[in-house]
Ligand binder design. Sequence first.
Ligand SMILES: *Cc1c(COP(=O)(O)O)cnc(C)c1O
Length: 427
Amino acid sequence: MSHATTLSYARERDAADALSHYRQQFHFPKHNDAPVRYFTGNSLGLMPRSVRAYLETELKSWETYGVEGHFEGPHPWMHYHKLFTEKAARVVGALPLEVVVMNTLTTNLHLLMVSFYRPTQERFKIIMEGGAFPSDQYAIESQVRFHGYQPEEAIVELVPRAGETHLRHDDILATIAREGAQTALVMLGGVNYYTGQLFNMADITRAGHAAGAVVGFDLAHAAGNVPLQLHDWNVDFACWCSYKYLNSGPGGPSGIFVHERHAHNAELPRFAGWWGHDEGERFKMKKGFQPMPGAAGWQLSNAQVMAMAPHLASLDIFDEVGMPALRAKSVELTGYLSWLLDQLQAEFPQSGLHVITPKNPDERGCQQSIVLPKIGRKVFEYLSANGVIADWREPDVIRVAPVPLYNSFEDVQQLYEILRAAIIQNS
Ligand SMILES: *Cc1c(COP(=O)(O)O)cnc(C)c1O
């Protein structure tokens, strides 16, 4: 790939980019009156300009109709959650029956494990990533304890080989094969939050099923970032948040996926609520829970309309662009960043700069996790002081995520220049 480090090259790439105009649909924070170089869409996506109008619509309904807003207005709230189903299903490659938007991510992890982590004396283990996002660690440990097991006996952690920075695919499959007979659940992130490694979910699901286990994914760093085909991959369940790559605002709602083959299994244990009850009977207020078919049957509460309205604004943008076009740009944009980081590594070998994200585009989303031993913190502070918003993880990792919806090749080129100046200043 022949790239160039120059601003003029980056601007040529932007001029040729069919998605470049989507940048105008987002609000950028300012640094010295200029838009920042924003690389933390993996933590909190930028605000779509359309969000205010979507919220205003629901405020207007509340103002105008009060309780009748459940039946009146452009989006009667009684059916509000249904507005999300097809759009969210397209983002994750699912049937509408398999998806619902509700609650928050960690809440949903628990609800889904209640149904899909059913340990028995022979089969009680959970295979997960070592160093998973803390909320997932706490959720899984507490589920294991809830069933009367100790985390040390019941949790199998996948860790990179000594001296390596991310997991080998074959090692994941080998662990599943080795532990399979005792494994109740294989539960990984689709994309690891720290290294940015994208797992081969189709293969992992196949291996998990071959071993007789249930397979679920936390897609917090995958939804809206990489192409997903949850239905075809035969994944049992998944959940994700909407405030990272899905740009739906702080604490935005979560989505869940439950495969079609579990859609009509009313015997699956679950923690139930009235919104998961058969909607034809819901308002008869009778005893005897009968779940809605599909993911909708996991709902507890009526929709949190004000928290969900920004998600609808964002999903409408995703629907218009489509994941294939986003991914195609993402591969180019992150490919450019990866090449620029190679140039820095070659220019400043003494800095120790290296990237722990897999090089193969099929094994990563848009994020690059850059290690800078010793000078990392100083470099990060230099970036912040110079209008770059990146993410710092102890002890020495800077995570940056060029998001194809609103980041430009110029953003990436400027990141390179500012990073280069920071390394020079701190060497
Ligand atoms: C961001 C993230 C979370 C956050 O959970 P919330 O319940 O939304 O606060 C959990 N797990 C992973 C893997 C994440 O990346």
